[in-house]
Design a protein around this ligand. Structure first.
Ligand code: IVH
Length: 713
């Protein structure tokens, strides 16, 4: 009888015994696959579920706990490739929390154990749980003595020769106030970038590729030949310690700060929290930013900050009582691809969208996923990070069982197809060759940049004749960063468009003339029409940058529109220069536009191509009969931040990020999206993460929001 899905509550004693035997075997096999062969056969979530089930059964039938129970050990016995070294202090694992309740239970247990009231505050650190492999590095008199993997927690593998090749691990401790004996413990991992490069190299050498960064890190650390490890850019975050001959701090925060002082990288996203709410807030924030960290994390670790309390709490079997891992919900799920819809973008690009049978992934219900373009569907597109064909080159068919992945804020992706579940009658997806709009215009692939985006995208050739493209243009025109017209969104535009009332931007300003037609229609009562017309009238006076952005010129986004507005100051000057550039594409006016900082030749050509079309120029002229672009204030050149390149990161408290950027730009600074050697200043608010880390790595000056306010007066 298969008991695998039997609820724990309804198992008889005999059934429980046989389940425990099965679980000991399955968990054992999976640990060997994961820890020794670096080739897991189960997802982390499925594996966690097995461990959890084993524990629940053991809790119900304590008498049945087996001598070889997986709950009594961690990891897997060290393999025979490397010499074994016993740990002087066991390397523990962490208990898991999956829900907010589990987190409250953890804090409650600690309070009770310490004899504290349940209202007592227990400050905890919260830090990313890095998905790598743990390592213990022993220092004697400041000198690296040896390095050991976790193994089964009692003894691990001697990987000293390999660890000596890792740049993140000091051979000698920095400064001098370290204890004579110090075992530094932390996580060895590969960044996404290093992982992609490694797999590319594996392919070039005709070797098998690694399934994920964790396996690649494990495989890289456990090379027999240290020269191979040396070529793999393994990273290391220090987060705890083993044997120490003297205390290294009173708190977790202090101890970790000391590890940093002695030469280790520690995680910038560790946060000290005073309540369960704060822990959960940090967990949620990291969950959101998970896709941007540049390395894999699978949860957040909470640790009681006070080391004296940690010592009193001690351990239960293989977990400390003073720490817990709050895991993220599984970020992969299997579902069925029900249909592929084709959407037409503003520039005519036909974009396929997957309609999926709704499924929960990473805690949210997913029913759509982007499919990018036809090569992506055919399995011919290359993955950005790994450079390999997506989904191992498998083509995607309607009815397929697909694996969906979603990490934090990242848009859901179809990362694999279960071919053994594919219907034998299924056929490859035939990507449409004509635009799905009523005009059914041919949609062509092409463009000059072979292999680039233009080559891959299929575009409707109808341009302004294509009603879908017109509508997308209008949507951009009224959007928040362009004309931002209250009460006029995609739904209303569609209504007005279908009735032939709005065909181009200028028509929006003539809508009030159609009051009779609209009055009484569903959703257009007298008050809402009054409000709508008033909102439209308020935008007859419009900032030049919004006006330019609203035209929807390809490659001219919000930032570029702002640069153009500030550079030319007025519509007249801007448009005169464009006209002169059109008359002579290599003349002075052309040079003037093409050399504007931040513009670039692609955007410059797109701008001129736009105005080269008579119907575009005419539409702009009709719009100018309705609205007046306001001259842009000249940039301030004598402010404290004029000419500096600034990056804002984290959350700001007195203003939104957009306001801060606008303010900086007005003061003559350049606002950048990422930190590089060219960055002069980083303004960091709470929750700042990888950008802050990058700034400190590059030695870029970092200031707080308050210091920013003081700086600009
Ligand atoms: S503390 C006694 N902190 O997760 C506590 N562990 O599932 C020792 N891990 O064996 C661990 N990130 O390999 C700690 N920030 C972090 C971690 C972390 C990843 C790993 C570690 C541990 C496993 C437990």
């Amino acid at each position: 009888m298969n008991l695998a899905h039997h609820p724990v509550d309804s198992l008889t004693k005999e059934q429980a015994a046989s389940e425990l035997a099965r679980l000991a075997q399955v968990i054992g096999e999976n640990r060997r696959a994961y820890y020794q062969d670096d080739a897991p056969t189960l997802s982390d979530a499925d594996y966690d579920a097995l461990e959890r089930r084993n524990r629940l059964i053991e809790e119900r039938f304590p008498a049945l706990v087996r001598p070889d129970s997986p709950s009594a050990s961690v990891g897997s016995a060290a393999s025979t490739k490397f010499a074994k070294i016993p740990h002087r202090m066991a390397m523990l694992s962490l208990d898991n929390a999956f829900t907010r309740e589990d987190v409250n239970d953890f804090l409650g247990r600690a309070q009770r154990f310490l004899g504290l009231p349940d209202t007592a505050l227990l400050s905890c650190t919260a830090e990313p749980k890095i998905d790598g492999l743990s390592l213990s590095v022993r220092y004697e008199k400041g000198q690296l003595a040896y390095a050991v993997t976790r193994g089964d927690g009692k003894e691990g593998e001697d990987v000293t020769a390999n660890v000596l090749t890792m740049a993140d691990i000091p051979k000698r401790l920095a400064n001098s106030d370290w204890p004579e004996i110090l075992e530094v413990r932390g996580e060895v991992y590969l960044s996404h970038q290093a992982f992609g490069a490694l797999n590319q190299a594996q392919i070039a050498a005709g070797l098998p590729i690694y399934a994920n960064p964790r396996n690649a890190a494990a495989g890289s650390l456990r090379q027999i030949d240290p020269a191979i490890t040396a070529q793999r850019p393994l990273s290391f975050f220090a987060y705890t310690w083993g044997e120490i001959s003297a205390p290294i701090g009173d708190t977790q925060v202090q101890a970790v700060a000391n590890l940093a002082k002695w030469g280790f990288l520690t995680n910038q996203d560790m946060k000290l929290c005073a309540s369960a709410d704060e822990l959960i807030a940090h967990y949620e924030d990291l969950g959101q930013r998970r896709g941007e960290l540049g390395y894999d994390i699978d949860g957040v670790v909470y640790k009681i900050n006070d080391l004296a309390l940690q010592a009193r709490l001690g351990i239960v079997t293989r977990f400390p009582r003073w720490a817990i891992a709050h895991k993220f919900p599984p970020e992969q799920a299997v579902t069925v691809l029900d249909a592929i819809d084709i959407q037409v973008g503003r520039t005519g690009a036909l974009t396929p969208v997957a309609r999926l049978r709704p499924v929960t992934v990473g805690g949210v219900v997913v029913s759509n996923a982007t499919l990018h373009n036809e090569d992506f569907i055919a399995g011919k597109a290359l993955d950005r990070v790994s450079g390999l064909p997506v989904r191992g080159g498998k083509d995607l068919r309607i009815g397929d069982h697909v694996v969906i992945q979603r990490a934090g804020d990242v848009i859901p992706q179809i990362v694999d197809i279960l071919l053994d579940k594919r219907d034998s009658q299924s056929a490859p997806f035939a990507f449409p060759q004509i635009c799905p709009c009523p005009l059914a215009t041919p949609a062509l692939r092409g463009g000059s940049d072979v292999g680039g985006e233009e080559e891959i995208v299929r575009r409707c050739t109808g341009e302004f004749a294509c009603p879908f493209q017109r509508l997308r243009h209008l949507e951009l025109f009224v959007s928040r960063k362009a004309f931002d017209i209250d009460g006029l969104g995609p739904r209303q535009l569609q209504d007005f468009f279908d009735q032939g009332l709005v065909k181009e931007p200028a028509d929006i300003f003539k809508l009030a003339g159609h009051r009779d037609i609209l009055a009484g229609q569903e959703g257009y009562g007298e008050t809402s029409l009054n409000n709508l017309f008033a909102a439209i009238d308020r935008r007859r006076d419009i900032e030049l940058s919004r006006f330019i952005f609203g035209l929807g010129v390809r490659h001219i986004g919000e930032t570029t529109s702002g640069i153009l507005a500030r550079t030319f100051g007025s519509w007249r000057t801007f448009f005169d220069t464009v006209k002169r550039a059109l008359a002579d594409r290599s003349g002075e006016a052309y040079q003037q536009i093409a050399t504007i900082g931040g513009l670039g030749p692609v955007a410059c050509d797109a701008l001129l191509d736009f105005f080269d079309e008579p119907h575009n120029q005419e539409a702009v002229e009709r719009l100018l009969l309705e609205v007046v672009p306001r001259d842009a204030p000249p940039p301030v050149s004598d402010s404290a931040v004029a000419g500096l390149t600034i990056v804002f990161t984290g959350s700001l408290e007195t203003m939104t990020r957009d306001e801060a950027k606008a303010q900086a730009t007005r003061l003559g600074a350049k606002v950048a999206g990422s930190v590089s050697a060219k960055t002069d200043l980083v303004v960091a608010g709470p929750g700042a993460g990888s950008k802050l880390a990058k700034a400190s790595e590059l030695g870029v000056r970092v200031i707080s929001e308050a210091e920013w306010a003081a700086l600009i007066g």
